[in-house]
Write a protein that binds this ligand. Structure first.
Ligand code: GLC
Ligand code: MG
Length: 655
């Protein structure tokens, strides 16, 4: 079907039929908590009418902004190719390490590469296939490495290039792959490119960034930063404004400049040759900004919490830039220093695998909904391989900063909707925790996780869903130990630039201390950034850790979890082993079982006649187990009684 550009005479239904429009509307519903039925009811209405009815709330230009967004994505067919053969990452379990907090080898209170090296067996025993390291490149650490000063050097406190080479080899020898974090929407203001740009804004490096002339009192547009305040910083020495969507030392790169694209591709190639197996690409959907940097719509800004996002969360040249990066950076033209050893059926390791022709591209894509996600990662589209869809993290009408209990029914609804909108050539990333979010376990348990039995049950339930959903699971360090949110009591205990800035901003706005702290405590990224609990005492031995943990509940350290066959760790390990032996659990079809039953999340995974049943009780109460047909034999968890225990999870075979 040819793409019909939208006009003000188009209807709501016309908008919803397009990939971009559908995502935009779904996002608006999610943010506002308005039910989807409202869209169905409004389906036949013309946009001009909607504009008249809603402009009281939205202000002028809202509908025009939507029309523009939808029309920017001319007809992009989604009939890509199903990847063949199955790429390794579809069957893999990824594990994200936040190096600063994983393990400290030299007693300076900061996690480092040698710390990771010393724990590689922990990961291999767990069954991890690919490790992802959050940033380790040289950085002034305004945003903990997400502000890179030099893309070819290791941050001093983390170690050396030689350590990294050893880490890469250490992964490969254990049959694991390893990917790094590529942060190229922006660089640190201390990167040599930016320093050159400041010295000579009209020279070649001036063009690497968004350096705008203007009046020092009025930023070039109304965009706001994700980390509070305007997205512009005035540099008096250069007489220019510079764009920073994140902290004021994270300067946005101008990808329209072919030199920038070439530099990034070179960096990627350099690392692939060193042996890494790909990258996770930080906020990669933000890299294309529209010409003229137009003002953001105030209504969208208020709803999303940031002004300007609609212009760059899926910018005009995004697809082109990603295809170029894949071709010029990720496609190997030189052999890597090493490759992972093959994992054999019996669990032993064979010879090194041949190099992957293309390094894996995992996109961090905030704000991207299901349809845009498909455009970015669909098989045969030659852009990204996997993307993260963040809509799972908060229930409709809530943001991370709200202090609320997550309705687990939404977890079910999220995956049901998501999977139902995919075609066979789509594949999704499945994640619940990362370094930018409080722990999902705590969100779901809502404080009840103080009881170790609840903590264990919810930890196992989440692991079960994440490791048997159809998609590629990304575990985050500590999930296997049932890590929870921390009992921080004061802003001085936090280190994250986002929390600190937000705290200052709310304070300045006059928000009362209680309400303010509730927000910060609900949303702070530091919950997930405290040191991994290797020992019961936690922390980094005798050293004072750069950020201190506040969870002392006995039983939830690696030292206690690993030897305990009933632990959350053992559950993860056993589930991962089960996945490895039964492709029904990775590549198999997924069929929902009795989805209409509230509080019961169940599905079948099947392939080549092999069938598994995954059943969970999404509530803190007992419930009757629905009667199902077939001979159902538990393989993990159980016994399978007529009553389900609170938060019960169980994996069975159907014979
Ligand atoms: C991504 C990272 C986050 C960082 C931001 C800016 O969202 O995950 O930690 O602050 O990008 O680089
Ligand atoms: Mg250290």
């Amino acid at each position: 079907m040819a793409f019909q550009p939208l006009t003000r005479r188009s209807t709501v239904r016309d908008v919803y039929r397009t990939a971009v429009g559908r995502d935009a509307i779904d996002k608006l519903l999610l943010q506002s908590g308005v039910p989807r039925a409202a869209v169905t009811a409004a389906g036949p209405l013309r946009l001009s009418l909607i504009d008249r009815l809603t402009s009281r709330y939205t202000g002028p230009g809202f509908i025009d902004a939507i029309i523009k967004l939808v029309n920017s994505e001319a007809d992009l067919p989604l009939e890509g190719l199903s990847p063949d053969p199955v790429p390794w990452w579809q069957e893999a379990v990824f594990y994200q390490i936040y190096p600063r907090s994983f393990a400290d080898s030299d007693g300076d209170g900061i996690g480092d590469l040698r710390g990771i090296i010393s724990h590689l067996d922990h990961l291999a025993d767990l069954g991890v296939d690919c490790v992802w390291l959050s940033p380790i490149f040289d950085s002034p650490n305004q945003d903990m490495g997400y502000d890179v000063r030099d893309y070819r050097t290791v941050m001093e406190e983390m170690g050396t290039l030689e350590d990294l080479d050893e880490l890469i080899r250490g992964c490969h020898e254990r049959g694991m792959r390893i990917i790094l974090d590529l942060v190229v929407n922006h660089t640190s203001d201390q990167h040599a490119w930016f320093q050159e740009a400041l010295l000579d804004p009209d020279g070649p490096y001036g063009d690497y960034y968004f350096l705008e002339r203007g009046d020092p009192k009025t930023p070039p547009n109304n965009w706001t930063s994700f980390f509070s305040g305007p997205a512009w910083r005035w540099f008096p020495e250069a007489g220019r404004w510079a764009l920073h969507l994140f902290a004021d030392g994270q300067m946005d790169l101008r990808w329209d400049n072919p030199d920038v694209r070439r530099e990034v591709a070179d960096i990627v190639g350099w690392w692939l040759e060193r042996g890494i197996d790909g990258f996770r690409l930080d906020v990669i959907n933000y890299i294309s900004k529209p010409e003229g940097l137009p003002d953001g719509n105030a209504f969208v800004g208020a709803l999303m919490g940031f002004v300007g996002v609609e212009h760059y969360f899926y910018g005009p040249r995004l697809g082109e830039f990603l295809r170029g990066l894949r071709r010029d950076g990720f496609t190997r033209d030189r052999p890597p220093a090493s490759t992972p050893r093959r994992r054999l059926e019996d669990g032993t390791l064979g010879d090194p695998l041949p190099p992957d022709p293309v390094g894996v591209m995992v996109g961090e894509t905030p704000g991207v909904g299901v349809q845009l996600g498909r455009l970015l990662s669909g098989g045969g589209r030659d852009q990204l391989d996997l993307i993260f869809n963040f809509d799972v993290l908060d229930t409709p009408g809530h943001t991370r900063w709200d202090d609320y209990v997550y309705d687990p029914e939404y977890l079910k609804r999220f995956y049901r909707t998501y999977l139902s909108e995919l075609s066979p050539n789509d594949w999704i990333a499945v994640f619940l925790d990362n370094h930018d979010n409080p722990r999902m376990l705590s969100k779901l348990a809502g404080g009840a996780e103080r009881d170790p039995a609840v903590r264990t049950a919810v930890g196992k339930l989440l692991a079960t869903v994440q490791l048997t959903m159809r998609g590629t699971p990304f575990l985050y360090q500590g999930q296997e130990l049932a890590a929870v949110n921390q009992g921080f009591e004061h802003i001085d205990q936090l280190r994250d630039v986002e929390s600190v800035n937000r705290h200052a901003e709310l304070l300045a706005e006059g928000v009362g201390p209680r309400a303010l702290w509730r927000q910060i405590l609900a949303g702070s990224r530091d919950h997930a950034r405290v040191p991994m609990r290797w020992t019961r005492e936690g922390g980094f031995g005798d050293a004072v850790a750069w950020l201190e943990g506040h969870d002392e509940t006995p039983g939830f350290s690696a030292a206690e979890q690993v030897p305990d066959p009933a632990s959350v760790y053992a559950w993860h390990r056993d589930l991962i082993a089960l996945r490895r032996h039964h492709r029904a659990l990775t590549l198999g079809d997924l069929t929902w079982v009795r989805p209409e039953l509230k509080g019961y999340l169940a599905y079948e995974r099947s392939l080549d006649g092999e069938r598994f049943l995954i059943e969970t009780n999404l509530s803190p109460k007992q419930r009757r187990r629905p009667k199902l047909t077939g001979r159902i034999v538990p393989v993990l968890g159980g016994p399978r009684e007529s009553t389900m225990r609170p938060w019960e999870a169980i994996v069975s075979r159907i014979d």
